[in-house]
Design a protein. Sequence first.
Length: 372
Amino acid sequence: MPRRRSAGEGSIFFWKEKELWVGRITLPDGKKRTKYNKKQSVVKDWLLIERNKIKQGIFIADDKITVGTFLGRYLEEYAKRSLRLTTYESYKFIVERHIIPELGLVKLKDLRPDQINHLLSKEIESGRSNRFAQYVLAILKAALNLAVKWELLSRNPALMVSPPKVEVKVPETWSADQLQTFLNHIKDDRWAGIYYLACTGMRKGEILGVPVNALHLDKGYLVVVQTLYFTTSQGIILQEPKTKKSRRMIVLPGFVKEALKIHLAKRQMLSQSPQWKESGLVFTTDIGTHINPHNMLKHFKAKTIEAGLPKIKFHSLRHSVASILLENNTHPKLVSELLGHSNVNLTLNQYSHIINPMNTVVADTLDKAVNR
């Protein structure tokens, strides 16, 4: 009895009536593929390639698959296990709310650059920013690159779409005097330490995620080792910093150290309560649990109004600190390291409105040195 071939093994035979060599292979999903050619060598090479595809787990091209079906597969079979949870949720939101409603029914093989460009135009016309449209395009590029790798597409149509230009906006900031006014206003608040620590340029999630054992007040520094996020699927989570630059040591100014000492004393008192749930974090609710970032942002907004200061985002405290340091001639490299930027060029570009006027210092120095 002849041996039955298993799926993925395939076979070759000669079809006398047509005088053609035939190669056949059964795919993992049960479907069959067939190759006809007058030359046996061509069919053999084809069969070898198909076998390797199956061994490598590469998806076999399906000319009926739609953009919506593929993006759903991309999210669940790749993005979910390859991206950080917060990034995955962001991708999922944009794919399901913005990309699929416009392109979901288009066959993947028929997707054209002009259709993608039209999607971006509609997003901008509806009031979305150019930066948001850029993000939509970036997600499509990443997903369709995988479609090419999986051999569902021969080329990535998103690569032929130009991203909309984004104007660099000068970030809203407080001056040193305004920042001092705010700190004086909230100095006795339960969460005052959060805002004092924000004066080091730390991000919101970095501050709320500081563990007690990463804070070394006796030596005057802390280490950024994790970030707190709020996710729709799991609630509050803690993750390691995204980059090596984000994982950094921050030397604490004297006024920040004093505020943190007061905060830790209050925390110690609260921890004696029987309702206390130890989270290991410096900043917690009154019962020791994680602080929801949304609640902290509401608190900041309310305190800003109470202090009679211009409304800014909490993240703008970070911009304010950078601006104050640069205006006082702190080297951009030092500011970059404090903020945890990936490189100093990011700092130079983001705060060019401050750094460029400082170039007069260079001119004045040359004038004094040369023009005696």
